[in-house]
Design a protein around this ligand. Structure first.
Ligand code: ADP
Ligand code: MG
Length: 386
């Protein structure tokens, strides 16, 4: 039994005074490529990682929902039927929000029993690895089993998104939950954010002896909220000026026309989205035809586009990418919304140590805060632990 699982079970017993029925887990995710394309109805290509959030559960007969987490000593308790987006707050809005959201999707007439849930995790919070999707997918799968609502994984992803949008109040897309629920070992989830069609694509990292190094710059997303809103507004303005519903409807060949019509800044924002969508498609095709060693240039081009056209990078992210590439990584880019957060570097196993050391030295020389550097492995999605 893994340490994470045994700790979850023993903490459950300690907090609630009886033992859990079972344990479910959901992974965090990394986005391999496709940044800011989600709200433009475009393509993203994330994968589930080997860092997971566990949810131990036991049903209750009195209709009460109780949730606890290793984050805090607090046990939040509420009658199941009183849970709405307005009655939950703080960290417990994630699991309780899922309990509410799942009932919005579930068939009528189910017998909803109360429950005790204890959450424990090794997904770092706020490092761009989506600890939020991990807690949502673990809880959604656990409650789907408990209530026998029999929802498919695509629907459970929408449950997580609804919880995050309504109960937590974060206006996020469906990428993170899709990766966390649909991921498979050594594979990515190619997601069309317009049709919500998702396809699992083998990455082949294992056979090629590749690892994905994550460099968490630990730079706070100081301009993240304002910057994100401004980028969304530019994308909407660009689509409107070009006469399309969303930037998804533009292709690389349309950029000649766009440069004539749009002001310089809007044009560069649009160019990032249009070329990034193409890079996601090219990454999927390249993986199929040539394998993962051939996707490096696409990752670097994605980074340059975010740095120069979308202007969401910071010097720490640029330096991480530069140092990784100068020391043998196959490809590297910032990942996530930008203005801080993490970069990723696709690296041969034999080069991971030297890339890590080189990045640490480069950060030290530049006077940057010490980054947190670790590797992640593309792993299977949420599951009930045996
Ligand atoms: P991330 O980029 O990690 O997804 P978010 O701000 O979206 O960052 O979600 C992090 C929040 O999710 C935390 O602040 C907390 O409220 C909740 N959360 C994540 N993991 C846990 C956990 N193991 N226990 C309790 N709450 C958690
Ligand atoms: Mg999140």
């Amino acid at each position: 039994m893994s340490d994470l699982r045994s700790h979850t079970l023993s903490e459950f017993a300690e907090r609630f005074g009886h033992s859990a029925m079972s344990v479910w887990s959901g992974p965090g995710r990394v986005n391999l490529i496709g940044e800011h394309t989600d709200y433009n109805e475009g393509f993203v290509f994330p994968f589930a990682i080997d860092r997971r959030t566990l949810a131990a559960l036991r049903p209750r007969k009195d209709g009460i929902a109780r949730v606890a987490s290793s984050f805090t000593d607090e046990v939040v308790e509420i009658p199941l039927h009183d849970i709405t987006p307005d009655t939950v707050s703080g960290w417990s809005a994630y699991p309780l929000g899922v309990a509410w959201a799942l009932r919005q999707f579930a068939p009528h007439g189910l017998d909803y029993s109360g429950f005790d849930i204890f959450i424990h995790s090794d997904v770092p919070v706020g490092a761009g690895l989506s600890s939020s999707a991990a807690i949502e997918s673990a809880t959604a799968l656990a409650l789907d089993d408990l209530w026998e609502s029999d929802l498919d994984r695509r629907t459970l992803a929408r449950v997580g998104q609804l919880a995050e949008n309504s109960a937590v109040g974060a206006p996020t897309g469906i990428m993170d939950q899709s990766a966390s629920l649909l991921g498979e070992a050594d594979s990515g989830v190619f997601l069309d954010c317009r049709s919500l069609k998702a396809e699992v694509i083998p990455l082949g990292f294992e056979a090629a002896d590749l690892e994905l190094v994550v460099i968490d710059t630990r730079v706070e997303h100081a301009h993240a909220t304002g910057g994100y809103a401004a980028r969304r507004a530019s994308c909407e303005a660009g689509a409107k000026a070009m006469g399309v519903r969303s930037l998804r409807d533009l292709h690389v060949a349309d950029l000649d026309r766009a440069v004539e019509i749009l002001d310089d800044e809007t044009f560069r924002r649009v160019r990032h989205i249009v070329t990034e969508n193409q890079r996601v498609l090219d990454t999927v095709r390249t993986l199929r035809e040539e394998g993962p060693l051939a996707i490096g240039e696409l990752l670097v081009a994605s980074h340059e586009s975010m740095r120069d056209d979308f202007e969401i990078s910071v010097p720490e992210l640029d330096l991480a990418v530069e140092a990784a590439m100068a020391n043998g990584s196959i490809g590297a880019r910032m990942t996530g919304g930008g203005f801080g957060g993490s970069a990723i570097a696709l690296t041969r196993t034999g080069d991971v140590d030297s890339v890590t050391t080189a990045i640490r030295l480069a950060f030290n020389d530049a006077g940057f805060r010490e980054p947190s550097i670790f590797t992640v492995v593309p792993s299977e999605g949420a599951r009930r632990a045996e």
